[in-house]
Design a protein. Structure first.
Length: 276
């Protein structure tokens, strides 16, 4: 993990605020499905805090953790899929926030693929780049910029991990999580930051007005022939594995002491884990 500086509490104003509220090709919050969602839920009638909380809860728990065909999908496409990972959920989250009049921006990173081991197994894990493009959303709450990353894993999936590793106390890395405390991660939004993969970050690309701008500069995770294989074969297996983890009974708990770090070193089907 690298050090990420705290954000100054400077309200966006003028052109910066306009950019933080603008629609883009990926942030297509005027799409009929997006507009119908916002109107149907009555989110516009909520307070500013309530609007952020409602959008956050929706993206975290009603959009299941899973792997879309691309990182750079439109928000309406992520909504239609009904599932997503860090990058696609970030796009949907930003579109909903901007539809609700809440300024937000995109922060790009890479993470070590180690934190995906268990969620991604076998050939899929081998094909994944060592440094995976990652993102979170920074939202202006009216008082400060809050960093939102804890919406990546839905509550059902995270709960299954907590049961599977119920005996572990301390930091955890694997199955889509990299957190100081798997049993009590910082994923509920109460006005501040939320995180679930932050401890796996190994490169900081900085802040962008939109995901469109980021992907135009840094590209996506899978390209060329690997992309075709991923889209048509591998991600279906990955999503099946994630669904199995979400629904499976807990594995025998491995007890560890406070302060230890559990790093998943082998695929879900393998027996061994390294603890260091």
């Amino acid at each position: 993990m690298i050090d990420i500086p705290e954000l100054p509490a400077l309200a966006p104003a003028g052109a910066e605020r306009m950019r933080a509220l603008a629609a883009t090709g990926l942030l297509d919050f005027s799409h009929p499905s997006m507009a119908a969602l916002v109107q149907g839920r009555g989110w516009q009638q909520l307070t500013e805090h309530g609007r952020i909380a409602a959008a956050y809860a929706f993206v975290r728990d009603e959009i299941a953790f899973g792997y879309n065909r691309d990182d750079d999908l439109k928000a309406s496409e992520v909504l239609a899929d009904g599932y997503g990972q860090c990058n696609t959920k970030s796009t949907l989250m930003m579109a909903l926030l901007r539809a609700l009049g809440i300024p937000c921006r995109f922060h790009g990173f890479t993470i070590d693929k180690q934190l995906q081991r268990g969620a991604i197994t076998g050939l899929a894990y081998w094909l994944a780049p060592r440094n995976i493009i990652h993102s979170w959303v920074e939202v202006w709450t009216g008082e400060r910029w809050a960093r939102l990353e804890g919406f990546i894993l839905d509550k059902a999936y995270l709960g299954a991990l907590q049961l599977r590793f119920a005996g572990h106390r301390g930091a955890f890395c694997g199955y889509g999580a990299a957190t100081p405390d798997l049993q009590c991660p910082q994923v509920d939004w109460n006005g501040g930051d939320t995180f679930i993969q932050k401890d796996g970050i190994n490169q900081d690309f900085g802040v962008f007005d939109s995901p469109d701008e980021f992907y135009a500069r840094h590209g996506v995770n899978v390209r060329g022939l690997k992309r075709l294989l991923f889209q048509n074969v591998i991600r279906q297996r990955m999503n099946g594995n994630v669904a199995g983890i979400r629904q499976a009974a807990p594995a025998p708990a491995q007890s560890t002491g406070p302060g230890s770090v559990l790093v998943v070193e082998q695929d879900q089907s393998d027996a061994g884990h390294a603890i260091r």
